[in-house]
Design a protein around this ligand. Structure first.
Ligand code: ADP
Ligand code: MG
Length: 358
């Protein structure tokens, strides 16, 4: 039998007025020890509810969950026993604000595992080192950044020696600049052989660290497979549409008193968010060159940066309405081509587009 086995799991929420909402319809899956599973899918499709059901924070309406050969959904099953094996890391960190970082970490091992204080502290310091937070052992959570809080929350979870950790969008509440530090800690954990279930919107991360991906849609695991299967050869069109999403950043500029600093910041944040920081400088330099040097007489003008999830292609579009000929001269082309992978000039339904593949 698999380490975790979920059979015909359903969850129905019943509201005061008697109406019902079926959030998990018939979830079935088997998870082996050491697997790193990313759960992806549109919001509202039951991803969090599934994680919460797996550690019985949200008892299922029907179906069974087996962990390590035991039916944890059986009546009277000692849930504290199961929760000791299963850590959970939330979007909102949930640290104890009135305790220092170190106290946060030693609390459960001392209370629940009855570890002596010095032993618990020594281990906590090791864990804090592991997540790069040893220097903050004696501060209170309120003085930490979101990324730091989340790394402490991960260390706290590890202090209980869990066999599996469930992560519910651990980076969603973070400023984009802090996502990387948390993902890098998680990447280390994945390599160490810990079993992990991760609800995430970080597609690149999911693709790189997971042994398997669950695509959830409308209350079921709609498709599951290796990252390659899900991202490169999805069977269902809903999976395909989801993994092929295109992220866009757009500025419509109609005069010259626009806030260029805002555009710079916007491009930076966009590139950090989708882990394409290496494209940021080039995109910014091109936008500046196009707006001020190549096409200063074209207003209004639209700048659009796109990142396509599946292909990993980053493109910068510069668009002008109501013109039918390229705004570029041969000299422009000659200057621009060496700076990009591809330069495409095309007439669109509304005007003309100069497209750069970065
Ligand atoms: P996801 O994590 O995929 O965004 P959730 O599991 O959080 O989705 O929620 C799925 C659906 O269940 C949503 O429509 C949500 O409003 C509903 N839901 C979640 N938790 C509760 C609850 N405790 N009571 C009632 N409805 C809930
Ligand atoms: Mg959720």
């Amino acid at each position: 039998m698999s380490y975790i086995s979920i059979k015909h799991l359903t969850k129905v929420f019943t509201f005061r007025d008697g109406s019902q909402l079926t959030v998990l319809k018939d979830v079935n899956c088997d998870i082996e020890k050491g697997e790193v599973i990313s759960i992806i899918g549109p919001s509202g499709t039951g991803k969090s509810t599934l994680l919460r059901a797996i550690n019985m924070l949200e008892p299922p309406t029907s179906g069974e969950i087996w962990v390590d050969g035991e039916n944890i959904t059986a009546k009277g099953y000692p849930l504290d026993k199961m929760r000791r094996k299963m850590g959970m890391v939330f979007q909102s960190f949930n640290l104890f604000e009135h305790m220092t970082v170190l106290e946060n970490i030693i609390y459960a091992p001392m209370q629940l595992l009855h570890l002596p204080a010095d032993e618990a502290k020594a281990e906590a310091m090791d864990l804090l080192k592991k997540v790069g937070m040893a220097q903050k052992a004696d501060v209170y959570p309120s003085s930490l950044s979101g990324g730091q809080k989340q790394r402490v929350a991960i260390a706290r979870s590890l202090a209980m020696h869990p066999e599996v950790i469930l992560f519910d969008e651990p980076t969603s509440a973070l400023d984009p600049t802090m996502v990387g530090e948390v993902l890098s800690v998680m990447r280390q954990l994945a390599k160490s052989g810990l079993t992990m279930l991760i609800v995430t919107h970080e597609m690149r991360f999911a693709r790189n660290v997971s042994t398997r991906i669950f695509f959830m849609n409308e209350g079921v695991i709609y498709e599951d497979g290796t990252p390659e299967q899900i991202f490169e050869h999805p069977i269902h069109s809903a999976t395909n549409a989801f993994v092929n999403r295109i992220h866009k950043l757009r500025y419509d500029i109609d005069s010259d008193d626009f806030d260029f600093l805002m555009i710079h910041t916007g491009i930076n944040r966009f590139c950090i968010k989708y882990s394409i920081t290496e494209k940021g400088e080039a995109a910014y330099a091109l936008v500046k060159e196009m707006l001020f040097e190549r096409m200063p007489q074209y207003r209004p003008i639209t700048i659009r940066l796109t990142y396509t999830e599946q292909t990993g292609i980053t493109a910068l579009d510069v668009m002008v309405e109501h013109i039918t000929e390229s705004p570029l001269t041969d000299a422009d082309r000659k200057a621009l081509r060496p700076k990009v992978k591809e330069l495409i000039e095309e007439i669109t339904g509304r005007g003309f587009r100069v497209k750069f593949i970065l």
